[in-house]
Design a protein around this ligand. Structure first.
Ligand SMILES: [Zn+2]
Length: 284
């Protein structure tokens, strides 16, 4: 731990530290989704599919372009680790780091979930978040983070020396392998950093370490998004349950999650600006 600073501060340290923060990625030029139209489309939703994600497992689901998906808490407080791919090309996948840079550490209604380079386009737009009231708490925590990665068996072994086979990483690999007929190793190439749905996280004020605390999610809560392209999703019901104490073990109470897929009145979306892949071309 690099917590003991033995470096003497220069004479102008206070002046240097007082430089004003500047937003790295100003979004004033970023095309904004027409949330009014999406809200109109939400009023016409008809459910066409439903997937139950068992506790400590993951399941895949498909969301066609222009459809909506809801991740729903059902039996008890439970967080979910979400992966998203372009259903037609798994190399285009959710880019949590860029989503964080363009929006914030935690996402909610109106934010978009961006895809990896070279496409770099919105894969999905968040259209409803029943935990939108939570904001940031006194610990600096909030929900639906794009900071953390997924719990994984490699880090678990590094830190505990134990092997645990139901980390979100493993669950997501297994679910994708089943969906695509891959072996585990092939699936593992496509599993990526997640959106931590319902998870309440932040950085400690003293050591600035990543923390988690009991998720405020309760049965009936949901996070809903609009598919801007054809999506394949995978959701893991994290072995950490509500992530109030531990993960990467069978210790926590764990509950299933439900994914619901809805079709709106597609005529409303006739003029929707479906996002194209980035037009940037590297010089040859
Ligand atoms: Zn997990």
């Amino acid at each position: 731990m690099n917590t003991e600073n033995t470096i003497a501060a220069p004479a102008d340290a206070a002046e240097r530290q007082a430089a004003k923060p500047v937003i790295c990625y100003p979004v004033s030029q970023l095309p904004q989704p027409n949330m009014g139209l999406l809200e109109q489309a939400r009023q016409t939703l008809a459910k066409i599919d439903e997937v139950i994600v068992p506790p400590r497992e993951a399941s895949t689901f498909s969301v066609p372009e222009g459809h909506f998906a809801r991740i729903v808490s059902i039996d008890g407080p439970q967080v979910g680790d979400l992966n998203l791919w372009n259903a037609k090309d798994l190399s285009e996948r959710f880019f949590s780091g860029k989503t964080r840079q363009l929006h914030a550490t935690h996402v909610t209604t109106g934010h978009r979930l961006w895809s990896s380079m070279p496409s770099l386009r919105p894969m999905a737009t968040i259209t409803h978040d029943t935990l939108g009231w939570y904001g940031f708490d006194a610990d600096g925590g909030s929900v639906h983070d794009v900071i953390g990665t997924r719990c994984d068996p490699y880090t678990n072994r590094l830190l505990s020396g134990d092997d645990y086979h139901h980390c979100c990483h493993s669950n997501l690999c297994n679910a994708l392998a089943v969906a695509k007929g891959f072996g585990f190793a092939e699936a593992e190439k496509y599993v990526h950093d997640v959106l931590n749905v319902f998870m309440c996280t932040g950085f400690t004020k003293d050591t600035h370490q990543y923390f988690m605390k009991a998720s405020p999610v309760r049965p009936g809560d949901y996070l809903e998004f609009f598919a801007e392209i054809d999506l394949l999703g995978a959701l893991s019901a994290c072995p950490g349950g509500d992530c109030s104490s531990s993960h990467s073990s069978d210790a926590a109470a764990c509950y299933p999650l439900k994914v619901e897929i809805f079709r709106p009145d597609m005529a409303l979306l006739g003029d929707w600006p479906w996002p194209k892949e980035s037009a940037y071309q590297p010089p040859r």
